[in-house]
Design a protein around this ligand. Structure first.
Ligand SMILES: Nc1ncnc2c1ncn2[C@@H]1O[C@H](COP(=O)(O)OP(=O)(O)OP(=O)(O)O)[C@@H](O)[C@H]1O
Ligand SMILES: [Mg+2]
Length: 381
């Protein structure tokens, strides 16, 4: 049956077939039948591909909706689904989409990326990667933060795979994207409500709550974007150290504020002050992903959250940051590297007692980078 849908979808999507087959294309954006953009190597360009008309595009979207047991029509104008190959698709139809049916396809990445690959891409330094590995090993709670398409899921995938084999890992996602394969992993996916068939919604929140009763060592929530934030924070604060998730935010402090806001979105009776304290004590490491204007995706910060100061503000300390040192005149690509920020994390002693080969000197900023670190701090302030 799956094969039948697959062939039908393939036929309907044949106008963009070449983009779907091209592994160097990471995203396809359809803005009505005649305007199709694609992203390759981080840069977005207008393609020659077109659908014959709006009806043909709509027919393709109906086939995709049908393949996942859903409908897309006037009553259900937004579709969030996955293609048979695992690619994520988001659709909005007219009249909400003013240019015609609008679609974004995040292609499923076939590469099983590793920390070494991220070093090769220039997204992490060797020391930064090794430090993240240590954070996972030491069961630090890690939030991967970043804007849309900045590489959050990719980063979570890479570090999630570093969880020691002996630990039981429960993964909860809206649409299964993560490909974490370890010895003991259990995956859960939410279900949308379908009142016409009497199907009730099963939310991330429901799944996180049930995961707590399934003896997790660690819980991973693919994308925290609603009141399930509170459940994840509680998981992190109740002995399931080493839990992880991603959140949509622009810098490490923002990630804390964002999680706090999400916690308050639900019907919680917990007062805002208490929520802030809970977020501050749950957060340990924030990995900030960024998509730069040159198309490069890099880890801009690895920071530690140290709780709240006397005014109730979050305290974040950068451990590693990516700094730009120049720009290649030919390619326009930024030149730079990830450097330590002269801050030794509060848990350095855990690194020592566990005999992990990561000397204190790895946290010392090189002299040349200090003005750059200070300069960009000034700019951000
Ligand atoms: N470090 C990197 N270097 C190069 N490409 C990357 C890197 N990280 C991610 N990518 C690519 O960027 C695209 C977006 O990545 P990803 O899905 O991880 O982003 P995201 O932040 O989770 O996006 P969204 O906000 O839409 O969920 C993917 O095609 C992925 O392969
Ligand atoms: Mg993502």
């Amino acid at each position: 049956m799956a094969g039948v849908f697959e062939n039908a979808i393939r036929t309907f999507l044949s106008p963009i077939g070449e983009l779907l087959d091209d592994d160097s294309v990471s995203e396809v954006m359809i803005n009505g039948p005649n305007e199709i953009f694609a992203e390759r190597k981080g840069l977005v360009y207008l393609t020659d591909c077109q659908f014959p008309n709006e009806e043909a595009l709509m027919a393709a979207m109906r086939a995709i909706a049908q393949s996942v047991g859903r409908v897309i029509d006037d009553d259900n104008p937004i579709l969030e689904a996955r293609l048979p190959d695992g690619s994520r698709i988001q659709v909005v139809i007219p009249p909400m989409a003013r240019k015609g049916t609008s679609v974004a396809i995040r292609k499923f990445s076939k590469d099983d990326l590793t920390l070494t690959d991220l070093i090769k891409f220039g997204s992490l330094s060797k020391e930064g990667a090794r430090f993240l590995d240590i954070c996972v090993f030491l069961s630090k709670n890690i939030i991967v933060s970043g804007g849309t398409g900045s590489g959050k899921t990719t980063m979570l995938n890479v570090i999630g795979r570093r969880v020691p084999e002996t630990q039981r890992l429960l993964i909860i996602e809206d649409a299964a994207e993560l490909q974490i394969v370890t010895e003991h992993v259990v995956n859960f996916e939410t279900r949308k409500a379908d009142p016409t068939k009497g199907v009730k919604e099963v939310s991330i929140r429901d799944l996180v709550k049930s995961a707590m009763r399934m003896r997790p060592d660690r819980v991973i929530v693919g994308e925290v974007r609603g009141d399930e934030a509170l459940d994840l924070i509680q998981v992190m604060n109740t002995g399931h150290d080493g839990s992880m998730g991603t959140v949509h935010s622009n810098n490490p402090l923002d990630a804390c504020t964002r999680l706090e806001t999400l916690c308050l979105m639900g019907d919680t009776q917990v007062p805002p002050d208490a929520i802030r304290k809970m977020v501050a004590s749950a957060m340990q490491i924030i990995v900030q992903c960024n998509r730069y204007h040159d198309g490069g995706r890099r880890t801009s910060h690895i920071s530690e959250i140290l709780g709240l100061d006397e005014h109730g503000n979050y305290i974040a300390r950068d451990i590693f940051r990516w700094v730009q040192t120049g720009r290649d005149p030919e390619t326009g690509k930024y030149i730079g590297e990830m450097v330590p920020c002269n801050y030794v994390p509060s848990f350095f002693n855990d690194i020592v007692v566990n005999k992990l080969p990561f000397p204190k000197s790895n946290f010392i900023a090189p002299d040349w980078a200090i003005p750059l670190l200070n300069g960009s701090k000034k700019k951000a302030a």
